[in-house]
Design a protein around this ligand. Structure first.
Ligand code: HOZ
Length: 425
C-alpha cells in the first residue's frame, strides 16, 4: 500500500477528513492526497519518496522556493534565543518598519498569526473607526474563515459546492453585502442606496480563490472613488498577492492607495505571520490606543518575524519580481500553446508569481465565469500532471504559485509535461 494512502487512512481516523485544511483532501479531484515528507527549492517529496515540481508553494508563502538556506538559518538562530515571549521584540519593530517602507499606504501595522486574523481584525477596525455596520465583499473572494466573511467565499467553499458554511448564524452575516467582482455599476448603485451605512469594502485585488481573476481598471477606480466619496474604508486583502504579484503588491500595480491592507503568506516566509495596517488615523482606533480590541499571544512571534525579515530582504534583490513574473508569464503562455496543440480548450493568465489556467475559452472576470469551466477536464489534467511529477493545486478554483527556484529550465520542463498530459486527457 502506498504510504500516502496509509497516512490518509490513519489520518481520517483522528483528523476530520484526514487533513487540517479542506482543500488538501483532494475532494474535488479525487484520489490520495500527497503527504509531504520534505521540500527543497521548487520540489517536494511525498511519503512514497516521489518527487514533485510544486506549483502550490504552501499556497503562496514559498516565493523563494522551499527551505531557502537564509530563511532556515534565520529561524534556527531565532529559535535558539527562545520561541515565544508574549512581550515585544526588536524584530517586530524591524519588520513593521520594512512593511511601512515597502507600502506607502501603510503608516502603521499590527502583526497577527494568520490571514484570517488579519482580515477579521481589519473589518472590526473599519467598523469601529466608521461607526457603521455594513461590509461589502465580492462573490468568489475568500478572506479567511471568520463568520461575517463566509458568504459566497471561494477556495474550499467553492470546491465543495457550499456557497457558505454551517455554524454561521444568519445574524453574523446579515451586515455582509455580496456584490459581483468587476461590476462597477452594481457597486455604484449599492453605494448610492446604502453608502452612509457601509463601513468598508474588502476585496482580493487579484482574486486567487476562484482560480485567478484579475480586476479591471474601471472596477478598482470605482472602488477607490466610491469608498472615498462615502467615507467607507477600502481594504485591499493582499494576504495572497502581497509581495508576490509585485514588490509594491497589487495596490502598487493598480496605482491605488487603500485605507487598510492585510498581508500574510510571503510576509511570514512560510511561518505563521500575517499583518493588517494602513492609515495612521484608522490604526489609532486599535487597542491600546483606541477602543477596538485585538490581541494575540503568538502575534509577532520571533521565529515568524525572523523568517519574514529574511524573506523580505531576499525579494528586494534587483530584478527579483521581473524574473519571477517573466517566468510565470512564460508558464501561462506555454500551457495555452500546449492546449492549442492538443486541441483542448484552455485559457491562461498570470500576474507576478501567480497564475491561472481555465478549461474555458477565455480567462474569467467573475465568480460566475470562473465556475463555468470544465471541471472534468481539470481533474483529468490534474492527475495526468501528477503522473508527470508536477503538483498543481488540487482544485480548479485555486490560483497557481511559482517561486524564484522555478528556473527557466524547470518552467520549460513543466510546459513539456503539460503538452504530454493534455494530449492524453
Ligand atoms: N485557503 C487555502 C486555499 N486558498 C488553503 C490553505 C491550505 O490548505 O493550506
Amino acid at each position: 500500500m502506498s504510504r500516502n494512502l496509509e497516512l490518509f487512512e490513519r489520518g481520517k481516523q483522528v483528523i476530520p477528513g484526514g487533513v487540517n485544511s479542506p482543500v488538501r483532501a483532494f475532494g474535488q479531484v479525487g484520489g490520495t492526497p500527497r503527504f509531504v515528507k520534505r521540500a527543497e527549492g521548487a520540489y517536494f517529496w511525498d511519503a512514497d519518496d516521489k518527487r514533485y515540481l510544486d506549483y502550490v508553494g504552501s499556497w503562496g508563502p514559498a516565493i523563494l522556493g522551499h527551505a531557502h538556506p537564509d530563511v532556515v538559518r534565520a529561524v534556527q538562530e531565532a529559535a535558539s534565543g527562545g520561541l515565544s515571549f508574549g512581550a515585544p521584540t526588536e524584530g517586530e519593530v524591524l519588520i513593521a518598519e520594512e512593511i511601512c517602507k515597502l507600502l506607502p499606504s501603510v503608516e502603521q501595522v499590527r502583526l497577527v498569526s494568520s490571514g484570517t486574523e488579519a482580515t477579521m481584525s481589519a473589518i472590526r477596525l473599519a467598523r469601529g473607526f466608521t461607526g457603521r455596520d455594513l461590509i461589502v465583499k465580492f462573490e468568489g473572494c475568500y478572506h479567511g474563515h471568520s463568520d461575517s466573511l463566509l458568504v459566497k467565499a471561494g477556495s474550499g467553499l467553492l470546491t465543495f459546492g457550499n456557497p457558505s458554511s454551517g455554524g454561521v448564524p444568519a445574524d453574523c452575516t446579515k451586515h455582509t453585502l455580496v456584490l459581483q467582482y468587476n461590476d462597477p455599476q452594481q457597486l455604484a448603485d449599492t453605494f448610492r442606496e446604502l453608502g452612509d451605512k457601509i463601513a468598508c469594502v474588502i476585496l482580493e485585488p487579484v482574486a486567487g480563490n476562484m482560480n485567478l481573476v484579475q480586476p479591471t481598471p474601471a472596477f478598482v477606480q470605482a472602488l477607490r472613488g466610491l469608498t472615498e466619496q462615502y467615507g467607507a474604508v477600502l481594504i485591499y486583502d493582499e494576504v495572497m498577492t502581497g509581495f508576490r504579484v509585485a514588490l509594491e503588491c497589487a495596490q502598487g500595480l493598480h496605482g491605488i492607495k487603500p485605507d487598510l491592507t492585510t498581508l500574510g503568506k510571503v510576509v511570514g516566509g512560510g511561518m505563521p505571520l500575517a499583518a493588517f495596517g494602513g492609515r495612521a488615523d484608522i490604526m489609532a482606533s486599535i487597542a491600546p490606543l483606541g477602543n477596538v480590541y485585538q490581541a494575540g499571544t503568538l502575534s509577532g512571534n520571533p521565529l515568524s518575524v525572523a523568517a519574514g525579515l529574511a524573506t523580505l530582504k531576499l525579494i528586494q534583490q534587483p530584478g527579483f519580481h521581473a524574473t519571477l513574473g517573466a517566468r510565470t508569464a512564460r508558464l501561462a503562455a506555454g500551457f495555452a500553446q500546449a492546449a492549442r496543440s492538443a486541441g483542448v480548450t484552455m485559457s491562461t493568465d498570470s500576474v507576478g508569481g501567480m497564475f491561472g489556467f481555465y478549461f474555458s475559452a477565455a480567462a474569467p472576470k467573475s465568480y460566475a465565469e470562473a465556475t463555468r469551466c470544465d471541471i472534468d477536464a481539470f481533474k483529468r489534467f490534474f492527475h495526468a500532471m501528477l503522473d508527470e511529477g508536477v503538483y498543481l493545486a488540487p482544485s480548479a478554483y485555486e490560483a497557481g504559485f511559482t517561486s524564484i527556484a522555478h528556473t527557466d529550465e524547470l518552467i520549460e520542463d513543466t510546459i513539456a509535461a503539460a503538452g504530454r498530459a493534455l494530449a492524453r486527457i
